[in-house]
Design a protein around this ligand. Sequence first.
Ligand SMILES: [Mg+2]
Length: 199
Amino acid sequence: MMAAARASGRGKSPNIFMMNTKRKSIAIDMDGVIADTVVQFITWYHKENNVLLTKDDFTGKPESEALPNGAVRKFVLTKGFFRTVPVMYGAREAVLELMKNFDIYIVSAAMEFPQSLPEKFDWLQEHFPFITWNNIIFCGDKSIIGTDYMIDDHLKNLDRCKGKTIMFTAGHNAGIDRHVRANNWQEVISYFNKEVNKE
Ligand SMILES: [Mg+2]
């Protein structure tokens, strides 16, 4: 009787093999990670001031210092800024690749700029249409996020993350070495290929 019940799958306890194959989750940030906000800052600053900055001008300082006269705050509060940010090089292909082995959540502390919410959602629909609404988290404080991994450029998010952290290189995190660093999306893929092979 017992054997029959087990074979038919009725009345059994959770399957330990299913638990072992549970997919791990990754929280992926938007600005500075899948969205190239620095290129957008450079483009907008050039358009407005006819001064062409480079990515090097952002090294070793907060973005708010890299652009003079409060331009960063002004731009991020301007309609269209987030909607038209270029996609970070390689991000789309890399996220698709990671989705084969991991549950992917796009996590953005977008509440800081409420006007960005519809723009960020529309941007994701355009560039990452394979990410469904269930996997998009617009929030305030990211320390509430409980994913197994977090990919982010900001220390304020990485330092308080309970999972494994991957720091995506940005000018403002230059010289910091307390998180695994990824300089680009190819390096993110290499890191996760190793994580998959560990299991
Ligand atoms: Mg960011």
